[in-house]
Design a protein around this ligand. Structure first.
Ligand code: V47
Ligand code: SF4
Length: 385
């Protein structure tokens, strides 16, 4: 065990306001036992930030030691035109609002890939709106061409929402569609589109896109075909703690069956420029609490990622003491999803040196990984210099 259990327990049990329910939860977590949904709710409602941080950090260090991972990737966002109307989205434009929208041609996207020729990126992340004219055939061509240009690159692309729409239009079922995408070069799926699985909340924030069962079915099928994927949760809007626990419970259950999820990524709702601007954003304390409860609850997920372009560099640093072991990538400014929603980093770009320094300053061991968490480079050697 990497942490000192006796010191940890005495820290927890000496709390002046000892709560037997929290003590029982801590004992379970330290014994690597799974907590129940009810216990998850107690953590959200009644545990102090210090308690949550200590417990989440114990889980984090048991699973990943002092390591914080990052990768080198770039984004392709084929379009921000979208047939759906998610109320929280600041990014999408409808076809009729074309002046603010973009749609990249196949050649424009391939030019982006060529721009990274010779650069040590290991992943391309393809994500965007849902354009009615960009169909399955178009994306199969894109995947094949990227594969030819960069056979070494891991292609992580297309949320379950995008896939659900393009498969339905092409009249193929989920398994056929995923097999076609996989043989064209798709390696894994990003975690987007999950939002909140509770159908009542979902109907209020993103009524018209694929539902929770469909999202989960696409990920389950991908896992069965040997593809990995991520899972997100959009939090801090009109949901309550019970909806977050329900969301994570469904993910935990699927992960028990397939083991195909790499990483859990909580996404903080940002309120600029969308139809939910009247909903205030939650505090940094709430962000840290949420990372910690996720880390404790999702006992079968190896990694919890803080997506720094959205929460900012300072919270990203702090999050590593609250369960987070992954800070995504050294992305350049090729993503607009968060800058359009009011994120801290309007032009998200961090060099490898800056990201390594940010991790090092937090007392963690920076390791560059590939998409599947194979180690590319251990930067801890450079720590002592
Ligand atoms: O599903 C949209 C979110 C997601 C807002 O898998 C918003 O490695 C906050 O899934 N405030 C797409 N969030 C991005 C995504 C992602 C990002 C980074 C890494 C990975 C990965 C996946 O963006 C959407 C939605 O939940 N989003 N608008 C907003 N206003
Ligand atoms: Fe479209 Fe995705 Fe925005 Fe929803 S979140 S409107 S599906 S781009």
């Amino acid at each position: 065990m990497i942490y000192n259990q006796t010191v940890f327990e005495s820290f927890i049990y000496q709390d002046e306001n000892r709560d037997p329910r929290l003590e029982a939860i801590a004992a379970k977590v330290l014994a690597s036992e799974r907590i129940t949904p009810e216990e998850g709710l107690i953590l959200y409602s009644d545990a102090s930030l210090g308690f949550l941080g200590s417990l989440a950090n114990a889980v984090r260090e048991r699973k990943n030691g002092k390591t914080t991972y990052f990768n080198r990737n770039f984004h392709i966002e084929p379009t921000n035109i979208c047939v759906f109307t998610c109320n929280f989205c600041s990014y999408s434009r409808m076809l009729k609002e074309k002046e603010e929208g973009w749609e990249l041609s196949l050649d424009q996207m391939l030019d982006l890939v060529k721009k990274y020729k010779g650069q040590p990126v290991t992943e391309v992340h393809i994500v965007g709106g849902v354009h009615p004219k960009m169909n399955l055939d178009f994306f199969i061509r894109l995947l094949k061409e990227i594969r030819m240009l960069r056979p070494d690159l891991h292609i992580k692309g297309f949320t379950a929402v995008e896939l659900h729409y393009m498969f339905r239009k092409a009249k193929v079922n989920i398994e056929e569609g995923l097999r076609l995408m996989k043989s064209a070069g798709l390696d894994s799926l990003p975690g987007g589109g999950a939002e909140i699985f509770d159908e009542e909340i979902r109907s209020k924030i993103c009524a018209d896109k694929c539902n929770a069962d469909e999202w989960l079915e696409i990920h389950e099928t991908a896992h069965k075909l040997g593809m990995h994927s991520n899972a997100t949760m959009l939090y801090g809007h009109i949901e309550d703690y019970s909806h977050r626990i329900h969301h994570m419970e469904r993910l935990r259950q699927l992960q028990d069956v397939t083991g195909g999820f790499n990483t859990f990524i909580p996404l903080k709702f940002r309120n600029k420029g969308n139809d939910m601007s009247h909903v205030p954003e939650v505090s940094v304390v709430e962000d840290l609490k949420n990372y910690a409860v996720s880390r404790i609850y999702l006992d079968n997920f190896s990694h919890v990622k803080a997506y720094w372009p959205m929460i900012g560099r300072n919270t990203a640093q702090l999050s590593q003491a609250f369960g987070v072991d992954d800070l995504d990538g050294t992305i350049d400014d090729s993503t607009k999803i968060y800058s359009m929603a009011g994120a801290e980093d309007q032009n998200p770009a961090l060099s490898t040196e800056q990201l390594v320094e940010l991790i090092r300053e937090s007392g963690r061991r920076p390791i560059e990984r590939d998409t599947l968490y194979n180690v590319i480079k251990d930067y801890s050697e450079e720590l002592s210099q």
